[in-house]
Ligand binder design. Structure first.
Ligand code: COA
Length: 259
């Protein structure tokens, strides 16, 4: 795969996507968003157990949307920009395989939002999370007003959005925004790989349905309980169910085929 600002590394069925604009703290300009969209579309076509998303360098995961591209935007153009970000981040959130953000350094604005669109977050001790958009007189536009509430609740989410304060990795862990804090970027990537490998031993259809059903909780107009009943039924159409149950009864490891 050829990208302007991303590195694509597929090894042992784990895809590592590195946002590669370290000189601009991996800020999300239009080209980088295009790359992210294309990378996840391609990832869906490959035989992959999970995706790790990380920022190049040690200073930042992503320091936000590219502020230089905000100059001269009118209301219609900025709305289109936000919608584009929403569509791409929803596509990440709805991936049928686990997507884990390794947050090494700043995850601000669109960077915090991108990490929140991933299923899990593993931070390094130098990670800093924040939604500092009000410093620029704007607000979060890639889902941050919604997803931050989902992860840490209304009071703390409002505080972070209103004050533009950053929180460190340990605070993010205490608030439930990140799943783990690991010693450094390499250790965090290894941790992400071990989680993906563990999930990779489970039934792939079941994994996809878990993601779909948990996401359903947050979807307007969707009854998540009904979605779960539907998904439960759908899963029983797969041969993986027979294999999983049979393997348990025969006291052996299941050999899931993902169908
Ligand atoms: N958009 C565009 N460029 C950005 C950027 C962003 N969101 N964040 C950082 N950069 C660029 C800087 O302009 C600088 O580029 P230059 O070397 O060509 O001048 C480079 O990345 C390094 O950043 P710098 O500000 O020099 O690093 P720092 O260590 O002094 O400060 C931050 C780090 C993260 C505190 C600071 O870069 C910052 O506040 N960034 C914006 C964060 C933000 O508001 N994000 C939300 C946007 S909606």
């Amino acid at each position: 795969m050829e990208f302007k600002n991303l590195l694509w590394n597929l090894e042992e069925e784990i895809l590592t996507i590195t946002i590669n604009r370290a000189d601009k703290l991996n800020a999300l300009n239009a080209d980088t968003l295009t790359d992210i969209k294309a990378a996840f579309e391609q990832a869906k076509k490959e035989k992959i157990k999970g995706v790790i998303l990380v920022g190049a360098g040690d200073k930042a995961f992503v320091a936000g949307a590219d502020i230089s591209e905000f100059q001269g935007l009118d209301a219609q153009q900025s709305k289109a920009l936000a919608q584009r970000g929403h569509d791409i981040f929803f596509a990440i959130e709805q991936m049928p395989i686990p997507v884990i953000a390794v947050v090494n350094g700043f995850a601000l604005g669109g960077g915090c939002e991108l990490s929140m669109a991933c299923h899990l977050r593993i931070a390094t001790p130098n990670a800093k999370f924040g939604q500092p958009e009000v410093n620029l007189g704007i607000i979060a536009g890639y889902g941050g007003t919604q997803r931050l509430v989902q992860y840490i609740g209304k009071a703390k989410a409002l505080e972070l959005h209103l004050t533009a304060d950053m929180i460190d990795a340990q605070t993010a862990l205490n608030l439930g925004l990140v799943n783990y804090v690991e010693a450094d970027k390499n250790v965090a990537i290894e941790k992400a790989k071990s989680i993906i490998k563990k999930i990779g031993t489970k039934g792939p259809v079941a994994i996809a349905k878990v993601i779909e059903c948990v996401n359903a909780y947050y979807k307007d107009g969707v009854d998540g309980f009904a979605a779960e009943v539907d998904a439960f039924g759908t899963i029983f159409n797969t041969s993986d169910v027979k294999e999983g149950v049979q393997a348990f009864l025969e006291k052996r490891k299941p050999d899931f085929q993902g169908k």
